[in-house]
Ligand binder design. Structure first.
Ligand code: ARG
Length: 459
């Protein structure tokens, strides 16, 4: 006798390899808690609607709770012959409480069941991911506050451009992660509707109460079309898309941490706990964590593309193809969560080499724009000012001098609009602090943004 709930129509056993090939239990078992949670809500509704007896529902709920405890204690054998988490739990229920367990699947299909389980599971994971993202943002803010006096070179084309506060640079990432948090909240909001009740595809002939189930499971509402309910995986796609953007941000921060911790930049030091050594070169301390996170960004993009490709052109409603949604989704969850967790700690422990940053910021004529702005304020059109400073920089290069080192008569070769007060504008601090408008790098502007972020976080 077959142990499969659907064996009735079949005369021959499933080929062993086909059984393994088609099974999802190896990876969908992680949804066991949500499968049970959904089944309990369903059983209670069935009794409330008098579709099954109250006493039957009580036995079913007690049986499911016992199974949950068994799984949690490691006393549950997941069977490949039972294909997936749904049938494994249902078969065990019937084994435990007898034929009455077979009433649980009334007015339900695995198609709406799996859609429910994935939503419930992802909803909880989104909460956890949000928590880690929040910790990372907190670490960035704390580092920004602790390093408000630190000036670093700002770059375009990775060439020294203008000096900026290191805190300002960190807060750029704070902003990116704030948008990521918004995108994840969006996924959670759209995900939060109950698909159960769609049956296999067309709805059910039983007088179910979907709103009651939705309320018990904390959903904001119910899906409105049974065909869409069982074939929609937009929520998984949206999460993978939001996760890809988030990983893209982490990969950019990774890249900067890798550059900054190289001997050539030497702006920061990652604590030993986040690095490894080389088996041949004793001097090496490799930034493995940011390198791996940068690399893992690729697999998260891959998961998004896999899921998009999986769903492309699928006819309505459920297709077995869709069982392939889980591994890319689960891998994205694990990767994003792990990357955020490790980054939160790594950023919190970051050691900043303020003096090296300041020395680098002074190289590359980083205050040239400030000289141009100075002569513009004295009435010269910006294009001409650009020309004046271009010549000044060339003179500096030829004479091995930096802009603040020029004597007044040297400055005045290029424009007689330049007076002694030029020296108040060409220092690193003056350059940074002149950029006071909202979103600029001046210390007061950065302090305002930190205060705003702090207030935002207090809610
Ligand atoms: N394991 C299946 C999946 O993950 C559950 C739904 C199966 N439905 C079916 N009609 N075979 O998609």
């Amino acid at each position: 006798m077959s142990d499969k709930p659907w064996a009735g129509r079949f005369t021959q056993p499933t080929d062993k390899f086909v059984e393994e090939f088609t099974a999802s239990i190896a990876f969908d078992q992680r949804m066991y808690r949500y499968d049970i949670q959904g089944s309990i809500a369903h059983a209670r509704m069935l009794a409330r609607q008098r579709i099954i007896a109250e006493s039957d529902a009580e036995q079913i709920v007690a049986g499911l709770e016992a199974i949950l405890a068994d799984i949690e204690a490691g006393n549950f054998e997941f069977k490949v012959s039972l294909e997936d988490i749904h049938m494994n739990i249902e078969a065990r229920l019937i084994e435990r409480i007898g034929p009455v367990g077979g009433k649980l699947h009334t007015a339900r299909s695995r198609n709406d069941q799996v859609a429910l389980d994935v939503r419930l599971y992802l909803r909880d994971e989104l909460q956890e991911i949000g928590g880690y993202l929040d910790r990372l943002q907190e670490a960035l803010l704390t580092q920004a506050e602790a390093n408000l006096a630190v000036i670093m070179p700002g770059y375009t084309h990775l060439q020294t451009a203008q000096p900026v506060l290191f805190a300002h640079h960190l807060l750029a990432y704070y902003e990116m992660f704030q948008r990521d948090a918004g995108r994840l909240a969006d996924v959670a909001r759209r995900l939060n509707v109950l698909p159960l009740g769609a049956g296999a595809l067309a709805g059910t002939t039983f007088p179910i109460d979907r709103e009651f189930v939705a309320e018990q499971l904390g959903f904001g509402g119910v899906t409105r079309n049974s065909l869409d309910s069982v074939s929609d995986r937009d929520f998984a796609l949206e999460f993978c898309a939001a996760g890809s953007i988030l990983m893209m941000h982490l990969s950019r921060l990774s890249e900067e941490l890798i550059l900054w911790s190289s001997a050539d930049f030497d702006f920061i030091e990652l604590t030993d706990a986040f690095c490894t050594g080389s088996s041949i070169m004793p001097q090496k301390k490799n930034p493995d964590v940011p390198e791996l996170v940068r690399g893992k960004t690729g697999r998260v993009y891959g998961n998004l593309v896999a899921l998009l490709t999986l769903m492309k052109s699928l006819p309505l409603a459920y297709n077995k193809d869709m069982q392939e949604d889980k591994e890319p989704l689960f891998d994205t969850i694990d990767t994003v969560k792990g990357s955020l967790k490790i980054f939160a700690d790594m950023i919190a422990q970051l050691q900043v080499k303020a003096e090296n940053m300041r020395v680098a910021a002074a190289r590359g004529f980083s205050t040239a724009t400030d000289v141009a702005d100075y002569v513009v304020r004295k009435g010269l059109p910006f294009r001409q000012a650009h020309e004046v400073v271009g010549k000044t920089v060339r003179y500096c290069i030829e004479h091995g001098k930096d802009i603040p080192e020029l004597r007044l008569d040297e400055f005045r070769q290029f424009s007689d609009l330049i007076d002694a007060d030029i020296y108040d504008y060409v220092t690193l601090d003056a350059s940074v602090n002149a950029r006071r408008a909202t979103g600029g790098t001046a210390r007061e502007a950065v302090e305002r943004e930190i205060a705003r972020a702090r207030a935002e976080r207090r809610g």
